[in-house]
Write a protein that binds this ligand. Sequence first.
Ligand code: GTP
Length: 515
Amino acid sequence: MVLLARASQYAFAVNAKLLTSAVNCRAESYLSNLVRQQAVRCFAAPLPGGKQVFKRTKPHLNVGTIGHVDHGKTTLTSAITKVLSGKKQAKFRKYEDIDNAPEEKSRGITINTYHLEYETDLRHYGHIDCPGHADYIKNMITGAAQMDGAILVVAATDGAMPQTREHLLLAKQVGMPLENIVVFLNKADEIPDQETLELVEMEIRELLTEYGFPGDKVEVIAGSALCAVEGKVPELGEQKVAKLLNTLDTKFIIPNRDLNTEPMMPAEHVYSIQGRGTVATGKMERGTFTRNDKVQVVGYGKDIDSVISGLETFHKTVEKAEPGDQLGILLRGLGPKDLRRGMVILPQGHKHVCTDHAKAQLYVLKPEEGGSKRPIANFFNEHVYSLTWDTGCLVTLSGKDFLMPGDAAEVQLQLAAPMFIEPQQRFTLRMEGKTIGTGVFTHLLPKLTELEKDKKTRKAAMRTEMERLGFNPYGEHMARRLKPDYTNSPKPDDNPAFEVFKENPITTSDWGKKK
Ligand SMILES: Nc1nc2c(ncn2[C@@H]2O[C@H](COP(=O)(O)OP(=O)(O)OP(=O)(O)O)[C@@H](O)[C@H]2O)c(=O)[nH]1
């Protein structure tokens, strides 16, 4: 019996190690095969020695690289590990180790988020390298949901580009503290004159202020990630990366970590290990989990009971998972089809009720904020992103025919499935590859009835709306028909949704509290 337990312990330890390296890889189908193959091998030849235990010797913070495609996020991630590897505070990751999925290699872009750890003299960091390409914004959002702070990478050769703006908005939307941002003005090796660098810096500071960050106070570091990786021009490379790390250590605050509340972890990825169970990875939002805790996984209309049979962070066993930890939770008895990204792990006996219907305060972005020119009509179909989940949703308005870009209003969202929602939880609305609105859920409403969910009922409601208005408000031409008039657009001071984003961000400790 003891042997069996030992064997299974080894198997999980080794599987989990391989799994964590799998977590670090990015093509999921490729990975699940890899994990399965390796799992079989591990059972056959368990390695002696077990697993290292994660020791909390330094405060932990989750940071990540965000910014426009090709501005150098992955190169900077690699550069950080190179600089710290010299002090044995990180394992050096080459560029190819980070963008290692076949499609990433062939296209030369990041598609999935990549998680790694490093430490400085003062802190332990979980680092998430996010994709910059607009097509992979979903992965960026789930990656950003786990960050406590962001390194905005802007190529000095290009300046601010569309995803620089969109990532700033999304970073803010996930609720990271506003002071936890630093700008790395990359590719400074290609800019011969100081004046150009200063101009780009000014532009970025204005942009930060526009999005509600303290633009005049944020540290902007002009340097070159490539020089740091290649060990050239240290005053642009290594020294600037060291300065960046110093900023993370000294300027970034550690958000309030609430240990004494009901635990909650949204799953960012799900991996299955044949014969052992399923692992959900993600950031522990609040409370604590330990091995053998009885849990329930909720979301997408499911609630499934399980038991935590293993907890890991960055290849090491965790005895007690705490808020902020980037975890892999092995869930006993669950298959790969039981779980999916976006589901949330709660303790059994929790009081949370998932719903597919909620009231929210929505701000519709203007085109110059990265939004669309199209107004949002009643019964409009969009896609909503919150925590690590995303699903289709229908927007209903009250007392208004349309929401124009620049408008803020109370709306109701009818989701395609019951999801984990709490008052004050932030969300993003996207349509046709564009972020068109941001908001916060304010009230949970009772689940939709079968009649309300019925497609025919919804189509009939849209038809009635068209008849009432005397035209079709759902087509693309609406942007031409209803020209937004920004003279009536609420100013930041009287715009309640905008205010929500301006005020102090919600900390993890607020999330469990019912307002
Ligand atoms: N000259 C110069 N080139 C750089 C620098 N940093 C990165 N690059 C180059 O810029 C290109 C893009 O770099 P990546 O690190 O892949 O950019 P990214 O932002 O991670 O791209 P995505 O993840 O796909 O959004 C690569 O060819 C890098 O070698 C730098 O400091 N100077």
